[in-house]
Ligand binder design. Structure first.
Ligand code: ZN
Length: 193
């Protein structure tokens, strides 16, 4: 994958490599500022190639796109749970079904170290398997809990919370944090008026 390009697109609060791939998938979701980036098979193929997720000849079917969206839905639900501290059993069950069909690809270095095989994927299912591996790795190294969905209803951007106390709620304190604070301030004022 093209990490510099992904970083430029995500702009701030970017997850470390390779968790950045999962953050990017989460943010292909439609929001106030952008449409659905995985709208159909053509835009999905374009998106996968643009960030170097897929090998050049990749073909994307409507079913492939559906499975990628299913993974994205699970990821978004689970990292939203990271932000709230709640557990999402339904999303975990859905993820289990995807994991069952997508064994994680591994690669062995010359020194015998085993890692994820993250070469550009030849198919959407191969990419899904890689992304599951990325989630697994992040859960082991403790970075997974830092991936969150912005608490602002109008935003819902996936961001990486690098703060010491892991207490971040917004993708941007300046934008979403202040907007939310002003809103609750106005609500309190309206209530006392
Ligand atoms: Zn936000």
């Amino acid at each position: 994958m093209d990490v510099p390009r992904l970083s430029r697109w995500l702009e701030s609060k970017v997850a470390p490599d390779p968790l950045i791939a999962v953050q990017a998938l989460a943010n292909s979701h439609p929001s106030e500022d952008q449409g659905e980036l995985l709208l159909d098979v053509e835009t999905t193929r374009y998106w996968l190639l643009r960030f170097g997720f897929a090998a050049d000849g990749i073909e994307v079917s409507e079913d492939d796109r559906g499975r990628l969206l299913e993974l994205r839905g699970c990821v978004r639900a689970l990292i939203d749970a990271n932000a709230t501290g709640e557990r999402d059993a339904a999303a975990s069950e859905r993820l289990a079904a995807i994991v069952a069909d997508h064994p994680v690809p591994l690669a062995v270095e010359r020194d015998g170290r085993i890692g994820l095989d993250l070469a550009p994927a030849p198919s959407v299912d191969a990419l899904i398997a890689q992304l599951i591996g990325v989630v697994l790795r992040a859960q082991i190294d403790g970075t997974w809990e830092r991936l969150k969905i912005c608490a602002a209803d109008t935003c819902r951007w996936a961001f990486y919370d690098a703060s010491k106390n892991r207490g971040g709620h917004w993708c941007s304190m300046e934008v979403c944090g202040n907007r939310e604070k002003n809103r609750s301030y106005r609500r309190r004022r309206a209530a006392t008026a």
